[in-house]
Write a protein that binds this ligand. Structure first.
Ligand SMILES: O=C(O)CCC(=O)C(=O)O
Length: 489
């Protein structure tokens, strides 16, 4: 059994624990009043429509509502709204004059505490809610469970070093094989220049994108060290080259990729987004996905370690649901929830189906992973202050599938405001600079990579194949008689 690192700070427990508390049902009905008939998800949904003041008033009404209103998801939305307004203020386009209004400060250990402190108030401390709810407990459980060493045990992603461009092309890119190139970027100045301390000194007030909001870097690190999120936010910023151009002096495109990106012919302004800075703490990371526009990518680690899982084209992992046309990918669970509930299932499936060629590996500082076009991948950061740079590119080896994607799936083209015309603009650029490729790829038009028939797993497949429901296990503190009989407030 994986161990919890701590108990829920507001006294929320899994629903099953209510069996041992005689007063649980009465406390719920009295504590929720007219809302007692609603399921927990519905109650939470109602609370989502309240502002911070109303949430505060509700929380004083009963211990049950104290538990519900402490839910981090409610306060994260409010906190992110503050960040968005601060961003509008910075850009000088705040509609409601909030420029110079409340800024988010990361005081405390949670979005709730941060928000309340940012408003100049002090969060109420101490009183535990003693609420039994899987809906409320679930995110805390995945935020507080230790990583399972079994998730990190396999290393079958090929690892090479000192690779020439020719070798790389012949052995990996042309064959669509992922690989870790050890020490590929160990000479980058970034390896000695980038860390929390030095980056905050250089760029502490500069905003970087994490999810839908921009965090000033200093605030981001405060958040990253002290949050209770099951999906910790991390910096994934495509604008870093304009926001902090000095960062470009600290790294270079590795020689095996240099000068081979055909999208370069479009110029920096017109090409699709292609480079990102990534900074995150342990447990943050990227859910299963495919890279945009059928590009290949490299991802180089500057600090910390990243755990990689990759699956070939046409092999979506269990718990991940691509739509029929591939336009949407739904992974309803968080990354850690996926590892907790689906990793073992994937391993069993891989044992039975050799086409599901699961590759697993860990990259450390100076290492780089190559992700071929069309490969599924997810990434878990294993250390605090994990920093990486990633770039996507379109090269000669897979230009035909990129061209086909751009012209046949225009609505799925991403990373550019002019998605409808990217196919023609790319072809024009190739006509000017590499007409040979245009001609060759017109003739080749390889069929889409189909290493194995696509198969989706549902929640019910999970139940059928494992016989297990998704359940939480938690250590329970013994209840005192007083707590068992405690009344609603
Ligand atoms: O480092 C990460 O979190 C993964 C980035 C990634 O997978 C991507 O950019 O496609």
């Amino acid at each position: 059994m994986r161990r919890l690192q701590r108990g829920h700070p507001m006294g929320v427990y899994p629903l099953g624990n209510a069996l041992f508390d005689e007063a649980a049902t009465r406390r719920r009905s009295e504590g929720l009043g007219d809302f007692q008939r609603l399921g927990d998800e519905r109650v939470l949904q109602l609370l989502r429509s309240l502002d911070a003041k109303a949430l505060g008033r509700c929380s004083a009404a009963s211990s049950m509502l104290r538990g519900f209103t402490a839910s981090e998801e409610l306060w994260q939305v409010l906190g992110m709204a503050l960040l968005l307004k601060a961003g509008e203020g910075r850009a000088g386009k705040s509609r409601d004059g909030l420029k110079g209004g409340h800024q988010l400060h990361w005081g405390g250990n949670s979005w709730r505490e941060a928000y309340i402190c940012s408003m100049g108030s002090t969060p109420a401390q101490g009183k535990m809610a003693r609420v039994y709810s899987d809906v409320l407990y679930r995110s805390f459980y995945y935020a507080a469970t230790e990583l399972d060493p079994a998730w990190l045990a396999t290393e079958n992603l090929e690892r090479v070093s000192n690779l020439s461009t020719q070798d790389f092309l012949e052995r990996f890119e042309e064959r669509s094989c992922p690989v870790i190139v050890s020490g590929c970027v160990k000479h980058w100045p970034a390896l000695s220049r980038w860390s929390e301390e030095s980056l905050v000194r250089r760029f502490g007030e500069i905003p970087f994108a994490a999810g839908p909001v921009d965090f000033p870097l200093k605030l981001f690190y405060s958040y990253a060290h002290q949050n209770m999120d099951d999906v910790p936010m991390f910096i994934f910023d495509k604008y870093f080259a304009t926001r902090a151009p000095e960062l470009l002096d600290d790294y270079e495109v590795p020689s095996i990729f240099r000068g081979r990106d055909l999208f370069n012919f479009l110029g920096d302004e017109k090409r699709p987004d292609f480079r990102w800075l990534l900074i995150g703490n342990k447990r943050s990371g990227s859910k299963w996905h495919l890279d945009p526009n059928k590009t290949c990518a490299w991802n180089a680690v500057v600090r910390g370690r990243k755990r990689w899982l990759l699956l070939p084209p046409g092999c979506p992992p269990p718990g991940v649901h691509p739509s029929k046309d591939g336009a949407e990918v739904t992974q309803p669970v968080s990354l850690l929830e996926w590892f907790s509930n689906f990793y073992d299932e994937l391993k069993r499936h891989v044992d039975l189906n050799p086409a599901w060629d699961l590759k697993e590996g860990t990259c450390g500082p100076g290492d780089l992973v190559f992700i071929p076009s069309g490969w599924w991948h997810c990434v878990l950061n294993l250390d605090d202050d994990t920093i990486a740079v990633t770039q996507n590119y379109a090269s000669e080896t897979h230009v035909s599938s990129v061209r086909r994607f751009l012209s046949e799936h225009r609505d799925q083209v991403s990373g550019t405001a002019e998605r409808d015309t990217l196919a023609e603009r790319f072809d024009e650029a190739l006509t000017r600079h590499r007409p040979d490729l245009l001609f060759a790829s017109d003739k080749v038009q390889k069929p889409e990579a189909t290493a194995a028939p696509a198969q989706n797993f549902s929640f019910w497949d999970h139940l059928r194949s494992t016989g297990k429901s998704l359940c939480f296990e938690t250590p329970e503190e013994p209840l005192s008689k007083k707590q068992r009989m405690s009344e609603t407030g």
